[in-house]
Write a protein that binds this ligand. Structure first.
Ligand code: TRP
Length: 365
């Protein structure tokens, strides 16, 4: 087996998601698991969720109406999010709707330690943008516990206690790097992930992109090693694939802005990018009609599939028409542009509304 080292702060890329399975505790997201999830969301149904860690515990809690939690963190480095964050929130919302106690923290200390963002700046961005954005994407603020890492004494205390439970070599083996700021952020993140269990021991799920999987592995190791003191339940992970770069690359990234769509983004700019996106169309109209398009390679189709079409039947119709050659790649791009425009407009409206809610939110300390 090829050993893969994931660096959560770098440009982690892996061509083949299958290769990640079996490493970092990732297990395949199978049909039989999917069947056990009530009303699975589109990311689950379409296998954009490709792996999990120990999700059985969480499914058991859902089915038997036992307590469990879902948790995610905000990285307040810029006043924008990417499409990957949108997927994570979709999953957080899913578990919230299934009755999970929901925790959203602002990783202001991590942003300071790894990206040089001051605590003041991180706080401002989170209040003005990220928290309202998460609410705009569907999180229920009344059912969500928010906190700042810098203000949560209990999380910081956990991080110090946990720091005794990992060696430099293990850290290097999991993360590939041993920069002090990153090491501190990692043990702190383990503190975040286990904090909800200080109130009550219970299963919890952390939906993430593959780059965050080392933190879940480390959390599970630390749960093992602190069993006699804390008796925490090992947290579960749920992993979504990346949204590909519009040029067909594996991951959309700001390092290639011409192929990257952020939230928010000017819709005219975004549509221009979609027009230039890699398509699964054939060279000529004649060939396309005869051979049909390749939706699997088409970035506009991928956007629809991952982000902008909820209804499976609607997506299937587009898939079939494209594959049969009835629909041209330009038409898929038109649809993607139209749906993206609707999404961005709706998002801006909801963001404004959510900003009014922020002053009434209580942040636990
Ligand atoms: N490291 C995460 C990021 O870069 C932020 C984060 C901090 C987080 N604590 C967390 C994510 C706990 C999930 C769970 O986005």
């Amino acid at each position: 087996m090829v050993k893969i080292t994931i660096d959560p702060w770098g440009e982690f890329l892996i061509k083949d998601y299958e290769k990640l399975i079996g490493q970092y505790g990732l297990e395949p997201f199978t049909d039989s698991l999917l069947k056990k999830l009530p009303n699975p969301n589109k990311l689950m149904r379409r296998k954009i969720i490709f792996a999990h860690t120990d999700l059985g515990k969480v499914i058991d809690a859902i089915q038997n109406k036992k307590d469990f939690y879902v948790l995610t963190g905000i990285m307040p480095s810029l006043e924008q999010i990417h499409l990957g964050t949108k997927m994570v929130i979709e999953n957080v919302k899913y578990f919230q709707d299934q009755g999970a106690k929901t925790f959203v923290l602002v990783a202001d200390l991590e942003a300071a330690a790894t990206r040089g963002v001051s605590l003041e700046e991180g706080r401002k961005r989170a209040l003005n943008f990220h928290i309202p954005a998460y609410i705009a994407l569907g999180l229920n603020p009344e059912k969500t516990v928010f906190y700042f890492q810098s203000e949560n004494e209990k999380v910081k205390n956990l991080a110090f206690i946990f720091s005794r439970k990992i060696t430099l070599n293990e850290f290097r083996a999991i993360y590939g790097s041993t920069e002090p700021g990153r090491m501190m952020s990692s043990v702190l993140q383990v503190g975040d992930i286990l904090f909800p269990q200080l109130e009550k021991r219970m299963p919890g799920v952390i939906p993430v992109g593959p780059d965050q999987s080392p933190h879940i592995l480390l959390s599970r190791d630390i749960v093992d090693r602190t069993q006699t003191t804390f008796n925490f339940v090992p947290p579960s992970g749920l992993y979504n694939k990346y949204t590909p770069s519009l040029d067909g690359g594996l991951k959309m990234s700001k390092s290639k802005p011409e192929y990257c769509i952020t939230i928010p983004e000017d819709v005219n700019e975004a549509c221009k990018k979609i027009r230039r996106a890699f398509s699964g169309g054939r060279d000529t109209l004649e060939k396309h009609r005869k051979l049909g398009g390749v939706p699997e390679k088409d970035m506009a189709f991928e956007l629809l599939k991952q982000h902008f079409i909820e209804d499976d039947n609607e997506l299937k119709r587009i898939y079939d028409d494209y594959k049969s050659g009835k629909m041209m790649s330009g038409e898929i791009k038109d649809i993607a542009c139209k749906k993206l425009t609707e999404f961005m407009k709706d998002f801006e409206k909801k963001l404004e509304k959510a900003r009014n809610i922020v002053p009434s939110l209580k942040f636990i300390k």
